[in-house]
Design a protein around this ligand. Structure first.
Ligand SMILES: NC(=O)c1ccc[n+]([C@@H]2O[C@H](COP(=O)([O-])OP(=O)(O)OC[C@H]3O[C@@H](n4cnc5c(N)ncnc54)[C@H](OP(=O)(O)O)[C@@H]3O)[C@@H](O)[C@H]2O)c1
Length: 258
């Protein structure tokens, strides 16, 4: 039995990671803000898969609460074999119409928490000579939209750098870059997704299995779905000005609920 720590474990992609990892016999440490939802996930995983589940209620945008989670990741007595930095959200308004505090909290969760927890995980895993880190990024990181897209570009680039630094240590780092996935993410941000074609939607359970296959294959960047592999490839070839125009238009359409 190995132990995985998953942030944002109570919903969507994080919850799918927990189900799949428990199905494969891993014990879990689950992190999110709302304790009642963590307890529901814990009860479900224990009942279905007979694994141990530890609950860590923490708001990763708060430094002291993030430090508690980092200390758990670094704990040598209770090693974490797989770290999944998944927690995240986006804001409903554009930078100049929204609240700067929301943008800062988003950066704290999407970037600072990923940095701090990856640092704690990489050091303790390297010491043991084994382990995996998965940082949930997004295809939005290949396309220049908003603080969210810029944060995800950072997550992918950071993970690539980390993977390079860990080469030969027995520890791997993978950036998972999903496209639109059916979770609570868009509803929480009050985004209008009605114009998104059916073919662009991914299912969380499927993309998690695809990602774990990529981790096993040693891939540093995992892009689930042929449609998104094509988009990510094209985004790196076409002129940046064209990508800016297309993605900016799509972004403002999604924000029209506000
Ligand atoms: N859905 C998509 O289309 C999509 C596409 C590409 C990438 N992603 C990325 O996938 C990851 C997971 O998103 P999702 O789609 O599964 O969203 P989701 O269903 O809304 O789940 C988000 C999870 O993160 C937790 N969370 C949010 N803010 C937090 C904070 N400050 N501290 C600790 N936990 C926090 C939430 O629990 P609490 O509210 O209880 O804290 C919840 O468990 C995110 O990084 C997102 O950027 C999503």
């Amino acid at each position: 039995m190995r132990t995985a720590l998953v942030t944002g474990a109570t919903s969507g992609i994080g919850h799918a990671f927990c189900r799949e990892l428990a199905e494969r016999g891993n014990n879990l440490v689950i992190v999110a803000r709302h304790r009642a939802r963590l307890e529901n996930v814990s009860d479900e995983l224990r009942a279905r898969h007979s694994v141990n589940v530890e609950i860590l209620a923490a708001d990763l945008s708060k430094r002291t609460q993030l430090r508690r989670v980092a200390d758990r990741v670094a704990d040598r007595e209770r090693p974490i074999d797989l770290l999944v930095n998944n927690a995240g959200f986006t804001t409903s308004r554009s930078l100049l119409k929204g609240d700067l505090a929301d943008e800062e909290a988003m950066l704290d969760v999407l970037c600072r928490a990923v940095l701090v927890l990856s640092h704690a995980g990489a050091l303790s895993m390297r010491e043991r000579g084994r382990g995996h880190i998965i940082n949930v990024s997004s295809v939005a990181g290949f396309v220049p939209t908003s603080t969210y897209g810029a944060s995800k570009a950072w997550v992918t680039a950071f993970t690539e750098t980390l993977a390079h630094e860990l080469e030969g240590s027995g520890v791997s780092a993978t950036a998972l870059c999903p496209g639109f996935t059916r979770t609570e993410f868009h509803e929480r941000a009050n985004l209008d997704m009605s114009g998104t074609p059916k073919a662009m939607w991914l299912e969380a359970d499927w993309l998690v299995r695809d990602c774990l296959d990529d981790v096993r294959a040693g891939k540093v960047v995992s892009i689930p779905g042929v449609q998104y592999k094509v988009i990510a490839g094209v985004a790196q070839l076409v002129p940046h000005s064209l990508m800016r125009a297309v993605s900016g238009r799509a972004d403002s359409l999604r924000r029209r609920k506000r």
